[in-house]
Design a protein around this ligand. Structure first.
Ligand SMILES: [Fe+2]
Ligand SMILES: [Fe+2]
Length: 505
């Protein structure tokens, strides 16, 4: 066990509840809920409003206004509770405002699309004669949007979105049970097939996998609730819905990434190529940092894989975590091979300013390069609020108050807020420490990794992410395993050999 029970009990660095911040968040959630419900209510009002004389339209219909107010209050309470539960219960749903606006946009888009398509097909002569108008409700592309939410946020949020959007979209078309059940089933089918999707072909294939569910659900529900008259047509409409799920999800995802700053796994795979301009620049300007980032990427990927975190995100974020060093590469030890240490000529305070700046610079460069919020957040959090011991110790002779100086030599944070950010932090620290040693033994590597994890834990660096003690143990083992494999010494071969074949042994 990495941390003893006594240490766990005595860990005074665990964050205290922050009542003021919580009040602020509750108020923000309430404002969001009221705003969103106003949009929904206004949409319903204008859509359902009967044509009325001009004079009446000016002042409105009083009963409709009362209806709007009641609807707003109801939706507000529902959304407020929805958000509060989501923030408490759903892992990784921390950016409430962004996620909420995204989900609301999707739900409203679905509502408008459902109402628009349903109305259009019902009144267009060519289509209205083909089938009963209610059949077209089975075209609502909830499965596609549920896939997008699962890919961009997570499974739990996608389930909550499916339930909410099903109710809203059913209200938009007819308010009948078969449509509601169809939407729930097709949405859940979309969520189930959209696991870890790493390329666009897999997205299209996932969409096709929803076809059987959509077709059977539409046909069976139509048969059960309205008799067999239009069951076959409903089945065909269900097939069309399933076939369109992949293309619609592919079309919506880049827009969501652009507007809301998400980075899907497909995007991450593109960013993971070392031919990306930012990585190419890092390779040319700071080859030491580039090599360090590649190794941290391997360690973080292995660690994430071991504890079931997002390994693609860890690898890509690790590749970019130190891009902020591009501006002043010569001030970082990994780029100083054979050259003098520039910090020898600087005061500890000045050195601190230079080193700390790479996080801020990295965040700026990552934003400019459009790497997406998930990568940017990890760059921002990869040192947490840890202490620059090297320069703190150098400043020791001039220090009066050690405690105050420790605070001065801390990174500004924030501390890792996700498991992925914590993994990159630990992979980064272990790689840097092990690299500074000459041929460490396996036991030494294991001790270093355990020591770094313990120190991060006891310093409170892991207090804001969802890491369990079991995760930390498994992560430590995975990182040690890879580090030992990387640092082990090769067997010396006789100089007479060609050396070419030996490279692969
Ligand atoms: Fe760094
Ligand atoms: Fe680093």
């Amino acid at each position: 066990m990495i941390v003893s029970k006594t240490e766990l009990k005595n860990n005074s660095l665990a964050p205290e509840p922050e009542p003021v911040r919580r009040d602020f968040q509750s108020a923000r959630i309430l404002i969001l809920a009221v705003g969103a419900s106003a949009i929904v209510a206004i949409l319903f009002y204008f859509w359902e409003m009967e044509p009325m004389p001009r004079s009446m339209r000016r002042w409105g219909d009083l009963s409709s206004l009362v209806g709007i107010v009641v609807l707003m209050m109801g939706v507000s309470i529902f959304l407020r509770n929805w958000l509060t539960v989501a923030r408490k219960e759903i892992r990784e749903m921390r950016s409430a405002a962004r996620d909420f606006l995204f989900l609301l946009s999707l739900a409203l888009f679905l509502f408008v699309a459902a109402k628009g398509v349903f109305t259009f097909l019902s009144v267009t002569p060519g289509f209205s004669g083909l089938a009963s108008s209610r059949i077209y409700a089975y075209l609502i592309p909830l499965s596609a949007l549920a896939m997008v939410v699962r890919i961009l946020i997570n499974f739990d949020t996608a389930i909550m979105f499916t339930v909410t959007a099903s109710v809203l979209s059913t209200a938009a078309v007819s308010g009948r049970w078969p449509e509601l059940l169809f939407l729930l089933l097709s949405g859940i089918a979309g969520i189930c097939v959209a696991g870890r999707i790493l390329d666009r072909h897999k997205m299209l294939r996932a969409g096709i996998l929803t076809v059987p569910v959509c077709a059977i659900a539409a046909g069976a529900l139509e048969y059960a609730f309205s008799g067999g008259g239009h069951a076959f047509q409903a089945c065909i409409v269900g097939v069309v819905n399933g076939l369109l799920a992949g293309p619609i999800a592919l079309a919506v995802m880049p827009v969501a990434e652009l507007v809301f700053g998400y980075a899907s796994d497909i995007r991450l795979m593109e960013l993971g190529s070392t031919s990306h301009p930012l990585l190419s620049r890092l390779m040319t300007v700071a080859p030491g940092t580039f090599h360090h980032s590649l190794t941290v990427g391997t360690l973080a990927e292995a660690g994430a894989h071991a504890i079931g975190a997002n390994s693609a995100l860890c690898r890509v974020a690790a590749l970019y975590h130190d891009v902020g060093k591009i501006g002043k590469p010569q001030y970082y030890s990994e780029n100083q091979a054979g050259t003098e240490n520039l910090h020898d000529a600087l005061s500890p305070g000045l050195s601190r300013t230079v080193i700390l700046s790479h996080v801020k610079e990295g965040v700026k460069m990552a934003r400019e390069a459009g790497l997406g919020d998930r990568v940017v957040e990890i760059i921002e959090q990869h040192h947490g609020t840890s202490i620059l011991y090297c320069f703190l110790n150098k400043a020791k002779p001039m220090i009066q108050d050690r405690k105050a100086s420790e605070e001065m030599f801390r990174y500004p944070g924030p501390r890792p807020k996700t498991r992925e950010a914590a993994i990159v932090m630990i992979a980064d620290a272990t790689e840097a420490t092990v690299r500074s040693m000459k041929s460490p033994s396996s036991t030494e590597v294991e001790e270093i990794v355990t020591g770094i994890i313990n120190r991060a834990y006891l310093d409170g660096q892991l207090n804001e992410c969802e890491m369990t003690l079991r995760d930390l143990n498994t992560l430590g083992e995975a990182i040690s395993h890879v580090l030992i494999a990387i640092t082990h010494r090769r067997v010396d071969y006789p100089a007479s050999g060609s050396g070419l074949a030996d490279e692969d042994t």
